[in-house]
Design a protein. Structure first.
Length: 225
C-alpha cells in the first residue's frame, strides 16, 4: 500500500495508516490461529469451504506472484499464507463430512481443486486488468465480502460447530481496521469503500447471529474459545 498512500496522503497520515494496516493484519493472524484451534477441537473446517479456497488463492497470488514492494506486507502475506495452509488442510480432512452424502470423496476433492484453480486465475487476471498488482485491494476486499457472507451461511448450515465469538471478533476487528486505513488513505476509491462497508455490516450481522445461536444452544457465548 505504500505507493498508493504516498500519492494521496501526507507523510504523517501515511505512517498512521501503515500502523493501522499492521494492527489489522495482527487481528487477522489471531483469527487464523483461533480458526485452526477451533477446527481441530471440533473436527471440522472452521472457515467456510469456498471462502477458504478464495482466501488461499489470494494469499498465494500476493505472496508469490505479485509480491508487494513493502517488505512488511510481503512478510505478512507470506505468514498469512502459511497459516491458511493449515486451514486448507482442515478443509481437506473434515470438509467432505458436511456436504451431501451423495457427493463422493473423489468428486468433492475434484470440485474443490477446480474451484481453487478458478479462484486463483480470477484473482491473478482481475488484479492485472484493474492495474492492482501492487497490493491487491480490489480482489482482497472482494474476497473479504465472500468470507463475511460465507460465515453467516455456515452458521445457518452447521450451527455453532467450529465457531466462536473470539473468531468473529478478531476477524471483525482485522477487517474494520484495514477498511478504515484504505478508506482514509484512498478517499475516492468508491469500490473499496463499498466492499469495506459491506464487510463491516456482514460481520456485525454475523456476530449478533452467532451470539444468539450460542444462547439458543444453551452455551455461554464467550465460554467457547
Amino acid at each position: 500500500m505504500d505507493y498508493h498512500l504516498q500519492r494521496y496522503v501526507s507523510p504523517a497520515l501515511k505512517s498512521h495508516l501503515k500502523k493501522c494496516l499492521v494492527l489489522g493484519a495482527l487481528f487477522w493472524i489471531m483469527a487464523y490461529l483461533l480458526i485452526i484451534k477451533r477446527g481441530y477441537q471440533d473436527h471440522t473446517n472452521a472457515m467456510p469451504a469456498f471462502a477458504s479456497l478464495c482466501n488461499f488463492a489470494w494469499e498465494i497470488t500476493f505472496a508469490f506472484i505479485y509480491k508487494p514492494p513493502a517488505i512488511t506486507q510481503r512478510r505478512i502475506n507470506l505468514f498469512w499464507c502459511c497459516l491458511d495452509t493449515l486451514i486448507i488442510l482442515q478443509f481437506i480432512l473434515y470438509g467432505h463430512a458436511y456436504f451431501l452424502p451423495e457427493v463422493s470423496v473423489v468428486l468433492f476433492y475434484l470440485v474443490s481443486i477446480v474451484l481453487f484453480i478458478i479462484c486463483l486465475f480470477s484473482i491473478i487476471l482481475i488484479s492485472r486488468a484493474s492495474h492492482d498488482t501492487v497490493i491487491g485491494r480490489y480482489t482482497a476486499f472482494g474476497v473479504n465480502v465472500i468470507i463475511s457472507a460465507s460465515f453467516i451461511m455456515m452458521l445457518l448450515q452447521k450451527g455453532v460447530l467450529g465457531q466462536s465469538m473470539y473468531i468473529a471478533f478478531a476477524k471483525f476487528m482485522g477487517t474494520g481496521i484495514i477498511s478504515y486505513a484504505f478508506m482514509k488513505g484512498l478517499p475516492k476509491d468508491y469500490w473499496v469503500h463499498l466492499m469495506a462497508v459491506s464487510c463491516i455490516i456482514l460481520d456485525i450481522i454475523y456476530i449478533v447471529m452467532l451470539y444468539q445461536a450460542f444462547l439458543l444452544s444453551g452455551i455461554q457465548p464467550w465460554q467457547i474459545f
